[in-house]
Design a protein. Sequence first.
Lengths: 253, 114
Amino acid sequence: MTPGQRRWIFLAAMAGLAAFYVWGLAGLPGFGNYPGPYGDIINRIAVAQTKATGVVSAVNFEYRGFDTVGEEFILFVAATAMAVVLRHLRHEREEDSPGATEDWAVPPASDSVRLVALIFTGPVVVMGWFLASHAQTSPSGGFQGGVILATAFFLIYLSGEYLLFRRISPVDVTGAFEAVGAGGFAAIGVAALVMGLPYLKNFLPLGTTPGAVSSSGTIALISFFVGVEVAAAFILIVGELVEQTLLVRQGDH
Amino acid sequence: MHIFPFVVVVYILAVGLYGIVTSRHLVHQIMCLIVVQSSTYVLLLGIGYKTGAVAPYFYDIPVHTPAVDPVVQALALTDVVVEAAVTALLLAFAIQAHKRFGTLDPQELVQLKG
């Protein structure tokens, strides 16, 4: 198929999509006129029911916790699959030129980059930890906190400390953390089953003050495990990609 | 009826799809897929929006304050992170394809197969 034909087929398909979309729009209530009722009901009952003031987290880790387990495992599988795909390649590469991985050409970082990266590493860890552990109170949670925690490791890489980045996040350890995070979420669900409750039922004491760090039972705990999982997955992903870059760069020399 | 955000949705979707169809580079194609996926965020958040409502966080406001739909926000939130990981997997496949076939042009890759 030529690019021209491809474009015409695309335009015909888009015309069809546009027609259906306009038809669908006619039935929508219009921007700003949210019809409900689910969002409104959850907003009304979530705080009393879960003692969490962050209703988005309550939805993610409580009301649709079962869906979130599935999504978290998509993340887990994607990160693992990526490592598998690239590891195979690295193995090939090592056979081609033995010892090639010993002295990689690590790009040098300028002093200003090193300084900024070092200044930010500590605060970024604190912020990531804060977000991952405050899902129940504020707009935060394991997904956001995990990504920010992982950023701290990338700052170390950015500052030119590639070997340090590798030493504090070896693939085995990162993989183990990822498994603990993903497995922890599932295990909380199973723990509820063991107590004779439905899967992922919130079985911990909810606390009395809505929005307190100790409130909301399993919501806070699940969010923490998700944070561990997300941080480990992203460190694994970036570690693998960085390694590929260095291999390619070394191949050029 | 106020439909501007929904027009933006279909625009982002169409631009991304056009990029995927006409792309000559796998990395560019993956970026276009991200653009397509971004349209779902706008759609989800657009549906859940309520004029004059606040974010669904009741830490320092009364519980009965009108707030936007938290369900669609939760969907968008997990989607962003999962999408990033899936993108990384796709990029790994692109690296693999380049090493194996020496090209990143999807149209040449199709010809190689046949």
